[in-house]
Design a protein around this ligand. Structure first.
Ligand SMILES: CC(C)(COP(=O)(O)OP(=O)(O)OC[C@H]1O[C@@H](n2cnc3c(N)ncnc32)[C@H](O)[C@@H]1OP(=O)(O)O)[C@@H](O)C(=O)NCCC(=O)NCCS
Length: 377
């Protein structure tokens, strides 16, 4: 027995602090801080570009720094032609999140800083990934529509360019504000499962592309970033507001999880929910958004009455993305397009911490079983 066998499993690593971090704090009382700033003070007052800078440079940029960072992002927005061709060659049946996972890994083969693990190279790589993950998403979407991808416009902020390139239509002021708010709200969130996966990979001194690939694979699951797609499946299945009660009570009676509800850390409302609900309210003049919003409000009320749990980020995010015209199977890719800034910030912090993240497993199997040669089994 090489590992001590004391019973010490913390199921699901609940409440276990795996490392120290200065990047973000998820306060169970219902607050979220990025580098010490309450997100309520950032959403609506900053652009996503400023938040991506904040996460990797650990300070808000001044005007000059913001211009320089915006230029760096703009120059990194062009994907290597091999990546574009590879996206174009993917089968229609491939889930978009699987393509994103593969192409981020593929990007690692074209890194101009290959082999350089200096802090400067890591910041360049982080900036490159922040720019290129959304570009893979936009390229894939345009490819699936058999339409060309527009070139980014230098005068647009990064997230406006992303939405423009994804949809091929210049976003109006409202849409530009929504995409900034959406991306800020999804940029980081403590030691969530995908960030932890990225940090475990980085802790072996593996490269940033490998770490982000691990994170995307982890985000893909329906208990994490895949939840918003399931939320829309549920909203689509409930055709009328009057059907909500029976549908939700049925799921709860069968002890099934309601997608977009519950959270490992928050004991109060998820602080991101009110901002996302606000985004949806802005679109309620549209019949579809109003209908979805009404169903959401009713679900929120019923789930609280029965389980005393609140919606999480994915619940209203689904309806916000629907309002922006994002297809359901691209929801987790929008999440990844913003969360990549948090992932790379955590990867850099993990490199600085320089410790291998390697827990032990509680072995509950047998010992010294009599070996039987294959001929006698
Ligand atoms: C996010 C999530 C994985 C957190 O899981 P967790 O911390 O392990 O919490 P648990 O699964 O142990 O749930 C604790 C209790 O709340 C209930 N609960 C949690 N989320 C629930 C949900 N979405 N619907 C119904 N009940 C839920 C559990 O059934 C359990 O109740 P019980 O004590 O009566 O058995 C979980 O809430 C979930 O699966 N949510 C749905 C998926 C989702 O929206 N994911 C996105 C997360 S941002």
């Amino acid at each position: 027995m090489s590992e001590d066998n004391e019973k010490s499993v913390v199921r699901g690593l609940r409440d276990v602090a795996a490392a120290e971090t200065k990047i973000s704090y998820v306060d169970p009382a219902g607050f979220l801080y990025y580098l010490g700033y309450n997100i309520d003070d950032l959403v609506g007052s900053t652009m996503y570009t400023e938040i991506a800078y904040l996460l990797i440079h650990k300070k808000l940029p001044n005007k000059q720094e913001l211009t320089e960072f915006s230029n760096q992002l703009y120059h990194e927005m062009y994907l290597p032609k091999e990546i574009v061709q590879s996206i174009q060659a993917t089968p229609e049946s491939a889930p978009p999140m699987a393509v994103l996972r593969t192409e981020v890994s593929h990007l690692g083969e074209f890194d101009p800083d290959e082999g350089d693990f200096s802090q400067a190279a890591n910041l360049r790589r982080a900036t490159r990934l922040i720019a290129r993950v959304p570009m893979i998403v936009a390229t894939l979407h345009r490819t699936r529509q058999n339409l060309p991808i527009p070139k980014p416009k230098k005068e647009y902020a990064f997230s406006k360019n992303f939405l423009y390139m994804f949809k091929g239509v210049v976003p109006d002021e409202k849409e530009a504000s929504v995409i900034h708010r959406f991306m800020i709200l999804h940029a980081d969130h403590g030691f969530n499962a995908s960030t932890f996966a990225a940090r475990v990979t980085a802790s072996t001194n593996s490269d940033m592309y490998s770490a982000v690939t691990s994170a995307i694979g982890t985000l893909k699951g329906p208990l994490h970033g895949g939840a918003s797609e399931k939320v829309m499946d549920m909203l689509d299945e409930i055709n009328l507001e009057e059907e909500v009660e029976e549908y939700i009570q049925g799921l709860l009676d069968e002890k099934k999880k309601i997608m977009g509800f519950g959270h490992r850390v928050y004991k109060a409302q998820d602080p991101r929910t009110k901002h996302l609900r606000g985004i949806v309210e802005d679109y309620c003049h549209r019949e579809r958004s109003q209908g979805l919003y009404n169903r959401c409000m009713k679900i929120e009320q019923l789930v609280y009455q029965r389980k005393q749990i609140y919606p999480n980020v994915d619940f209203y995010a689904a309806v916000a993305m629907d309002a922006l015209g994002v297809p359901k199977d691209f929801y987790p890719l929008f999440f990844a397009s913003a969360r990549v800034s948090g992932w790379v910030a955590h990867v850099i912090e993990q490199y600085e911490d320089a410790v291998l993240l390697r827990p032990k497993g509680e072995y509950i199997g047998d010992f010294n079983r009599p070996f039987v040669p294959i001929e006698k089994r």
